[in-house]
Design a protein around this ligand. Sequence first.
Ligand code: FAD
Length: 623
Amino acid sequence: MNFPERFDVIVIGGGHAGTEAALASARMGQKTLLLTHNIETLGQMSCNPSIGGIGKGHLVKEVDALGGAMAAATDEGGIQFRILNSSKGPAVRATRAQADRVLYRQAIRKRLENQQNLWLFQQAVDDLLLAGARVNGVKTQLGLIFHARAVVLTAGTFLAGLVHVGQSNYQAGRAGDPPAVSLAYRLRELNLPVGRLKTGTPPRLDGRSLDYSVMEIQPGDDPVPVFSFLGDAAQHPRQLPCWITHTSEITHEIIRNGLDRSPLYTGVIAGVGPRYCPSIEDKVVRFAEKASHQIFVEPEGLTTHEVYPNGISTSLPFDVQMALVRSIKGFEKAHVTRPGYAIEYDYFDPTGLKSSLETKAIHGLFFAGQINGTTGYEEAAAQGILAGINAGLYVQERAAWCPQRNQAYLGVLVDDLITRGVTEPYRMFTSRAEYRLSLREDNADLRLTEMGRKLGVVDDLRWDAFMRKRDAIEAEQARLRSIWVRPDTLVETDALRVLGKPIEHEYNLYELLRRPDVNYAGVLSLPGAGPAVSDQQVAEQVEIQAKYQGYIDRQHDEIERGRAQESLQLPAELDYSTVRGLSVEAQQKLNRHKPETLGHASRISGITPAAISVLLVHLKRTG
Ligand code: FAD
């Protein structure tokens, strides 16, 4: 049966990628349908109820700067907030929040239900409808047919999902949810390059059965940080501490004795797991010399006793899980509420995607989230908002928006995926960004909100707040540049207190702020400096920009030098085996990847600077 409405964009999947994609497309004015297995699980966190962290927090702020939901929902659902790396430079500082998973889900669902141009429908999608090489709709489990000009697929870990606990396994999208088997089968038929990955989760515990008196408390930060640029700490619900405990030699012995029944070590699991989030059995085997591993004991919410023991993800048999849990300090009498498990699922080789996240093989079909080989809610949300925007632009017949590596972590993420592919689940780190001094959490809005406004995803409220902030930063910078102090007017005690030494000639306050050990509050305490700005975000920006200006200017010069070559387009139809001077390996790789630009080509593994020079010559000759 054909559904009566026609849509511009259909999004399949109500996880972190799908919800951001659907919201973005609808904000742009596209008539958007979000189809998902279960409306109750919109915004569900499959694993740890926490958002952010190093690299990941940067992505969340970028999603927020583009009008996305993740940061604001975290502000409404967060029960512990911390700034990681707070003693280090601003480029690597990152916000991390523990969330109440129910409040978080509610905050996401509220936004979805109240978003104009967005329809929700609960149904599993079993098939994609194609007209030649173009997608034009989907078919659901009930046989309902929905038509649209663009489809964004965000099926997460659900495609042919297989859950493992010890030697037992069963098909599921994650514990408690059905897998997407028919769709996985259909996608394999479409000849899209597919592989298997795996991820895992720890057993959950009843907090009332734990002895917190032997654990170390880990409180949140005070003052409590805020995630969204529009957020306010007053929105946060009651805050809770987390706790820290450790595994012991006895735990490790129990694990080693259980390895002969581990699906990981007996070859039952074929998919590769996340390197940076390994299972406890992996840690015990790989780091055999370590006598103990840290476990963060994190609350799952305000209205539940369940806690998440972060650090003991496992797919060992349940009896081994019980024994290992009870060997941990403070967990001796633990009641396990849910077993830990691993899940294997299909992902699609992201080198088959354009930088817009549209598949190269099927026009109008976009992929976002875990399906592209990434891991993490934040990586999924970031791809989701980009795919939603580009699906909207595709329908509007406008050029795709593809942020560059020097503009956003979002650009780094997509560029890494489409040029290098994945061999294991990909997660974001600040070390992946070569321009990380410019790509900070604190300036995500200054980098992206104006573009978001042009794309149509930033509403009036955010735009007005952003312009006020930007104007206030510029006004304060100009004000500081206009106030001068001279050796004869700056009393020595003030100079020593704020600057550590007397000044030798005339300076304006902005110049003084650029000195390494001088901060905004210090400069503002000098006589005649006038009142400080009241907005903390503005004060922070003025200080950071002053301190980093030199480095950032140098980085901009570097970016400008590389820009021309980076964005040089490579024709999609170019047959690289006809390009003289390229090695056979380079020809094969370039033919397989079909890079969009010379910059993309240069980052494909095995493509040497010599091959890039050959391509440059070829382009000049034929261009
Ligand atoms: P998901 O959040 O999986 O959402 C997919 C959505 O699509 C669901 O709503 C589903 O119902 C819907 N869907 C799927 N197929 C269909 C269909 N055919 N029709 C309709 N709807 C469909 N990340 C980490 O960073 N660290 C970890 O330690 C970690 N551990 C994990 C452990 C487990 C067991 C699991 C399952 C995930 C783990 N993750 C972890 C990954 C994290 O959950 C995902 O990265 C993130 O949720 C991906 O978001 P997504 O939107 O791509 O997919």
